[in-house]
Design a protein around this ligand. Structure first.
Ligand code: UDP
Length: 386
């Protein structure tokens, strides 16, 4: 029996950033009808934000700060939202004080004796340009004893403990790409990102994503698990009981799509402890990292991101934990050898399905930031759909 669902030539699983952007391109550029299947009651995926009972906007799945060097990404999203000016600042609670992260010259002078800090500063500036961001692994094996000391100091004070907590593994077991995300910044610039375009959507990410999905050619099925409608079998895709000849774009976790045939892929999950604090301000900046103490990795105070003049404030403590199917949600792919190997098996299997495209952080098992996701969705559309 034909159902209205089987009429679609394009089906997208997942109503997060990746899914809605690819759907918007299909709807607008191809002028084709597209169905988004989303298991939650709302669109937004991990970008989902809402106004907390305190009146302060919060991000349900951890702080999302938009930043990108890519003009086309910024301009694309700007069609769906206005932006509030916001430049992210992170401090670490290190040796009993708040210091800027990434580690920069302010951090250097705050944590080390002045004479020594001066010497390190000039040695760094002899070697590299002022303002550059140098991954610490660059000078972990430097000839100079002072620079080696500094790299190891940053590694121990900022990276080691945070990474062990965040990933639940020793940093040696985690891909070096993750270590590359932690630079030393050779300036007094305390901002976490130095991208040309930075901000937060004026009415939030959820509204922005809803706007992206608001097109006459886009149909959204909420509260629906894709397995209720989609079956994969031996290179063929079935939609609501009929063979599907259109294109399926899948943005969920890939092991779920294939019924865990090769076991559960390791993802890292997070748990949040929310707290309303009856003070005007809880901490100096939106995000404080705790690389050395406590079980949580960071505390986010949302008022810094979305200012509101009220006498209280809302904070979220972030506790990383292992992802367990049915218990919590997958947040980050795990960058261990085992994780990557398991993913490759699923990727091979996916190749058998000629009308299947995998897209986004969970489906591609990549550490995409939001702007990477936008860019990737635009590229996949150009390369594989247009
Ligand atoms: N990291 C760290 N110390 C910090 C901040 C980050 O060691 O104070 C490392 C850690 O391994 C973390 C990775 O860098 O998982 C990426 O950090 P980022 O802030 O980009 O994480 P996200 O906001 O994506 O969770």
């Amino acid at each position: 029996m034909m159902s209205w669902i089987t009429e679609f030539e394009y089906v997208v699983v997942g109503g997060g950033l990746a899914g809605t952007i690819i759907a918007e391109h299909i709807a607008r550029v191809l002028n084709k009808k597209v169905l988004i299947i989303e298991r939650n009651l709302v669109l937004g995926g991990h970008c989902y934000d809402y106004v907390h009972e305190s009146g302060i906007r919060v991000h349900k799945y951890g702080p999302h700060l938009f930043h990108t060097p890519f003009k086309e990404v910024w301009e694309y999203l700007s069609q769906f939202t206005e932006w509030d000016y916001y430049q992210h600042r992170v401090m670490g609670w290190i040796d009993g004080k708040y210091v800027p992260i990434p580690f920069n010259f302010n951090t250097l002078y705050a944590l080390l004796p002045t004479e020594f800090a001066r010497r390190l500063e000039s040695k760094l500036l002899e070697k590299y340009d002022y303002g550059s961001r140098i991954p610490i692994k660059e000078f972990m094996d430097a000839d100079d004893e002072d620079l080696r000391f500094l790299a190891n100091f940053v590694y121990e004070k900022i990276f080691y403990g945070y990474t062990s907590k965040q990933w639940g593994r020793k940093p040696e077991e985690i891909s070096a790409d993750v270590l590359a995300r932690v630079p030393i910044v050779l300036s007094r610039d305390d901002r976490y990102f130095n991208d040309q375009y930075q901000g937060v959507p004026k009415r939030g990410y959820t509204t922005m994503i809803r706007n992206i999905a608001t097109h006459k050619n886009i149909f959204v099925l909420l509260n629906t698990h894709h397995k209720e409608l989609i079956k994969l079998d031996n290179g063929r895709i079935y939609l609501d009981g009929q063979e599907f000849k259109g294109l399926l774009i899948y943005t969920g976790s890939i092991d779920d799509l294939f019924d865990y045939k090769f076991g559960h892929l390791p993802y890292r999950s997070l748990r949040f402890r929310w707290q309303v604090v009856h003070e005007k301000q809880f901490q100096p900046v939106a995000q404080v990292n705790f690389p050395l103490e406590y079980e949580y990795t960071r505390i986010t105070e949302y008022k810094h991101i979305h200012p509101l003049d009220v006498p209280y404030t809302v904070v979220a403590y972030e506790f990383p934990e292992e992802y367990e199917y049915g218990k919590n949600l997958p947040f980050y792919p795990l960058f261990t050898e085992g994780g990557q190997e398991a993913y490759l098996k699923y990727q091979e299997l996916a190749k058998k399905y000629k009308n299947l495209i995998l897209l986004g952080r969970l489906a591609e098992y990549r550490y995409y930031d939001m702007d990477d996701t936008v860019k990737r969705s635009m590229e996949i559309f150009e390369e594989k759909i247009l």
